[in-house]
Design a protein around this ligand. Sequence first.
Ligand code: GAF
Length: 393
Amino acid sequence: MPALVHAIASAFTDAFGHDAALLVRAPGRVNLIGEHTDYNGGFVLPAAINKEIFFAVAPNNLGRIRLASYDKQEHHEVELTAEPLAPGPVQWANYLLGVAAQFQKRGLAVQGFDCVFGGTIPMGAGLSSSAAVECGLAYALNQLHNYGLNSLQLAQLAQKAEHEFAGVLCGLMDQFASIMSRAGQVVRLDCRSLEYVYFPFDTQAAQVVLCNSGVKHNLADSEYNVRRSQCERGVAVLRRYYPTIQTLRDVTLAQLQAHQQEMDELTYRRCRYVIEENERVLRACDYLNAGDLTAFGQQMYASHAGLRDDYEVSCPELDVLVEAARGLPGVFGSRMMGGGFGGCTINLVAPEHVEDFVAEVSRHFTAQYGRPLETYHAHIVAGVSAVPVTVGA
Ligand code: GAF
């Protein structure tokens, strides 16, 4: 049992005076390509990574939800009443309460429980710490109370928790990746049909290196929702001509161009990015199948350019990191990852060049910004699971 899980289990016993009934691990994620496509009914290519949140959970028979953040060393308690759970003033607790509320919404009674959680996913780094928190608790409560929801239903429930208790109208990618991933594989999800295909990821050929810009933009959540509505605005215009269109997933570049004059320039660029990014994901998967990482990497660079210029969710630090990576020996591709406005770049690097890559990009970043660059060597792991309790670990 990892030392951190052990510490969280002990903290649970100290805080609540009884042992945890269940220990759970929920990972963060990377996304190789397919950004801002999920809520447009398109394709994404994520994988869970070895940055994780751990939970210790047990029922308490007190009619109360008692929560403790191991990392923040804070407690929060809520009484269960006849009223449905509502978001409260403590932001970190809302991710957990939001999950409990979603079970209630599905007519599943939530009993009192205790929970301590903490982990290794850096906050605001675009590695989906919030989805991991939601998915871990969703999994834990489903086990504890035998609700019988399947993995996909848990991912969707966690997504709704984010919508309703965090106010971010996210797509399904992050929660899907945290729950459905498999070790050593990336997964292409069709966010419309919810069909998914796993692709082996050959770590002998490339490693995933993350460079954390250290930028956390407080406009990120509101701008995210703005992007979503800009896409919907584009769809509304196009639907006048193509009534069967549901989302940008259904639109070709030629159709968009044919009606460019009928939408404002910003809406046009947002839509163009999404349509092109969907095409890039499909092409990138073909390249992955063919073992052509150079061609795959070119799609990543093109994705970054679209996110920077058309979708406008990058920031100078991310652009600097991508440019610093470009052309270095052994680098296949680099781009910003996740919602944007900060967080990490994802880089595919040949194993024998990883060390030099990290040294060179760090040197460049520090010379420009006067602060050290945090990098993570990501390993692709399986989605959420129970952690077996090993005595004396
Ligand atoms: C965030 C969201 F939560 C995801 O659903 C996705 O839209 C991503 O931004 C951008 O691809 O992580």
